[in-house]
Design a protein around this ligand. Structure first.
Ligand SMILES: Cc1cc2nc3c(=O)[nH]c(=O)nc-3n(C[C@H](O)[C@H](O)[C@H](O)COP(=O)(O)OP(=O)(O)OC[C@H]3O[C@@H](n4cnc5c(N)ncnc54)[C@H](O)[C@@H]3O)c2cc1C
Length: 458
């Protein structure tokens, strides 16, 4: 590839205390928490709406926010408020009202107790409401393309929009881009994929179908207990005849709050890198072709789906895994298995390891990985090595491939975002780098705001 050295003058916008890049589950929680903690907060998002995978990815339901045994709600705070707000508007069911193995859980038992079904439009509305009520300054339609680092500290990001390029300065930045875009551009070391071969989990274009006969689906699935996943034997037959359009063994399907409407998590695109534009383009093409062929297959082969129609597809292909920053602590599977206690715990989770096979048709929630009923995420996993003025939350925090496969779902992303946003605001208030923040003070602030960390802290 040839290169060009390019220099230009760009406008410098107002400096804020805390700048959050990416308005998904982590970013919304981070921005709301930072603003409520008293920081002048800006949220920069590439789309014209908030929610990330909750909305643009059409991903749902939210996987469990409870302990693995479904007994205790671990992720509360902004997440719980978000869900209750959607529920009050008729756009969600609180997780306490769903159970493992039901249609909202995709008929899956293990790790699927207490999921949260919700409507994507409710998520769009509530994300915006919470941010606006907290006084977050919104900069939508803005893609962050670069990071400015001065004397080892992130001082702002460069965003591209219809108004051109601009520098958006901030005292502390929280990278909630899911891909670690800000951190990578700042020179923070990152990891990608499995230790063995660097391959990441596959991508999926989520879609919804309408016109499904809900009772017929329920009847079929309940009368085929031999299928580990819904319609597994139908899919196996079609695969042996070369008729199934995606490298999957069953149909990932989740009933929604709307009669006859199901979310489908079944397309699969292998061997693509979510930080490479050529790969993303190829993944969109392949994933969207699979969707059309899957709908045809559903109509022809799946009892209950004979009259279904494509309702919509996600705005973007869903990327399960890409860069993970190298932070002050790398969370591992052993930590999740042993329920390792961290003095700097900032979130509790119970969702198990869920690895979609990077090379083939297998994978999913994995009982044999043996994660604990409740495990902890430490603050240090949100603190990047080597650069100040920056925190990271959501899918790109410092973990192994296996540990990420458990904490990557949306409720933990909210919890990590809330912790990072609160920490960023406290660091600005106290005039210290985020890595030097008093962790007991952060934990107290999180508890006061409604988060749950198990035992009372400090
Ligand atoms: C196919 C698939 C299925 C999944 N299934 C489930 C499920 O059923 N339940 C569940 O709970 N979780 C599921 N997950 C996991 C979950 O959706 C994500 O891991 C989670 O959304 C991560 O939250 P986040 O806030 O870190 O990132 P995201 O939700 O990806 O949000 C990132 C936000 O940052 C914005 N952004 C990114 N880069 C930039 C940039 N450079 N400049 C400006 N804005 C930027 C994006 O537009 C987006 O709004 C699934 C994920 C995928 C991909």
């Amino acid at each position: 590839m040839t290169t060009l050295r390019y220099s230009t003058e760009i406008p410098v916008e107002d400096e804020v205390d805390v700048q959050v890049v990416g308005g998904g589950p982590a970013g919304v929680a981070a921005a709301v928490a930072a603003a409520r903690t008293g920081a002048r907060t800006r949220l920069v998002e590439r789309y014209g709406f908030l929610g990330g995978n909750l909305t643009a990815g059409l991903v749902g339901p939210c996987m469990t926010s409870y302990s693995l045994d479904g007994r205790e709600q671990l992720i509360r705070g902004v997440f719980d408020e978000f869900v209750r707000r959607m529920e009050a508007a008729g756009g969600a069911l609180h997780p306490s009202r769903t159970r493992a193995g039901d249609a909202y859980s995709g008929f899956i038992e293990y790790g699927h107790d207490k999921v949260t079904p919700f409507e994507p439009e409710a998520a769009k509305a509530v994300a915006l409401q919470l941010c606006r009520e907290a006084g977050v300054l919104l900069r939508l339609h803005s893609f962050v393309a670069d990071t400015v680092v001065r004397d080892g500290r992130v001082t702002g990001v460069v965003a591209a929009s219809k108004s051109g390029l601009a520098l958006l300065p901030a005292r502390v930045t929280v990278d909630c881009s899911a891909d670690g875009d800000v951190a990578a551009a700042a020179g923070v070391p990152t990891e990608f994929g499995r230790d063995t071969d660097g391959l990441a989990q596959p991508m999926t274009v989520f879609f919804r179908v309408a016109g499904v006969d809900d009772e017929a689906v329920e009847r079929y699935v309940r009368s085929h207990p031999e299928d580990r996943r819904p319609y597994e034997s139908v899919v196996a037959r079609a695969r042996s005849e070369g008729r199934f359009p995606a490298p999957r063994r069953g149909v990932g399907m989740y009933r929604t709050l709307r009669p006859g409407v199901w979310r489908i998590n079944t397309s699969r695109v292998l061997h693509r890198d979510g930080t490479d534009v050529a790969d993303l383009t190829a993944a969109e093409i392949e994933g969207r072709e699979q969707v059309l062929r899957l709908v045809e297959f559903f109509r022809a082969d799946l009892p209950g789906f004979e009259r279904c129609e494509l309702l919509d597809t996600a705005t973007t292909v869903g990327v399960r895994e890409s860069r993970r920053i190298v932070g002050e602590y790398r969370l591992t599977l052993a930590d999740l298995q042993s329920a390792r206690h961290f003095d700097d715990v900032v979130a509790l989770c119970g969702y198990p390891v869920d690895i979609h096979d990077p090379t083939g048709s297998g994978g999913g929630v994995d009982e044999s990985a043996g994660t604990a009923n409740v495990y902890e995420i430490p603050y240090r996993s949100l603190v990047p090595r080597g650069v100040d003025g920056l925190l990271v939350a959501g899918r790109c925090v410092s973990t192994s491939h296996e540990a990420l496969a458990a904490i990557r779902v949306m409720p933990p992303a909210f919890a990590m975002g809330e912790a990072a946003g609160t920490a960023a605001a406290l660091a600005v208030r106290d005039g210290v780098p985020p890595r030097a923040l008093s962790v007991p003070e952060l934990q107290r602030a999180l508890l006061e705001a409604g988060a749950y960390l198990g035992v009372p802290v400090g």
